[in-house]
Write a protein that binds this ligand. Sequence first.
Ligand SMILES: CC(C)(COP(=O)(O)OP(=O)(O)OC[C@H]1O[C@@H](n2cnc3c(N)ncnc32)[C@H](O)[C@@H]1OP(=O)(O)O)[C@@H](O)C(=O)NCCC(=O)NCCS
Length: 213
Amino acid sequence: MNSPTPTVAHPPYLLRTPRLLLRCLQPEDAARRKEAVDSSGEHLDLFFPPSPEGRPSLDSHAAQIRRFRGNFDLDQDRIYGAFDPESGRMLGENYLLKRAGIAALEVGYWLRRDAGGQGIATEMASAMVKTAFEFDKVLRMDLMCSPSNERSAAMARRLGFTFEGRLRDRQLAAHHVRGDILCFTLLSTEYPRTPASQLQLEAFDFLGRPVTP
Ligand SMILES: CC(C)(COP(=O)(O)OP(=O)(O)OC[C@H]1O[C@@H](n2cnc3c(N)ncnc32)[C@H](O)[C@@H]1OP(=O)(O)O)[C@@H](O)C(=O)NCCC(=O)NCCS
């Protein structure tokens, strides 16, 4: 699907922050992703709803990664895996989604269960916020979460997003359970006062060359 959001000339494929490596997913990440999801149990049911066959298979992860990579290369939604730079362990995933509309991106994320409570998800999402405002030059970012997802709502506030309202009876993706959704937003005029603007971040393009906004 074509999107009205302008395309970045050199979209960052790889990002480095103080504690993380974030990058476009590769085929060999399927096994890392499966391990992260399987070891997280019910914590990730929202993103990976259990089916009668159990948790997603390696082939199912591979199929998702293949779709994510295709979208990334076509300048559609960008999904970055988050990894521990030393061990290579997959810690979570970040989403920059174009469904937010013109000159806007929606941020999404999940973090493996045993990496919680250390500010890692906040660092992951901060990297997305910085990339969206500084590279994609968006005017607004959206962050949506379920009313029961207190940790995600707390993260939105920690990132400096403003609560805009409770959207009634929404279903943003096939795997979501239909229901109300909390909408938080951050504007480009507000971004310079957020922690994300201060994040130390290095970005590299498709060819591995350093890129600056
Ligand atoms: C939502 C989710 C990513 C939040 O994870 P989290 O562990 O709460 O977030 P962080 O990794 O940023 O950790 C925050 C905690 O670390 C603390 N912290 C420590 N060092 C920190 C630092 N340098 N920066 C920020 N916070 C820090 C914070 O005070 C906070 O403490 P608390 O747990 O006592 O509140 C996680 O619960 C998750 O993946 N859930 C399932 C998927 C999901 O719901 N995704 C979102 C859909 S909208």
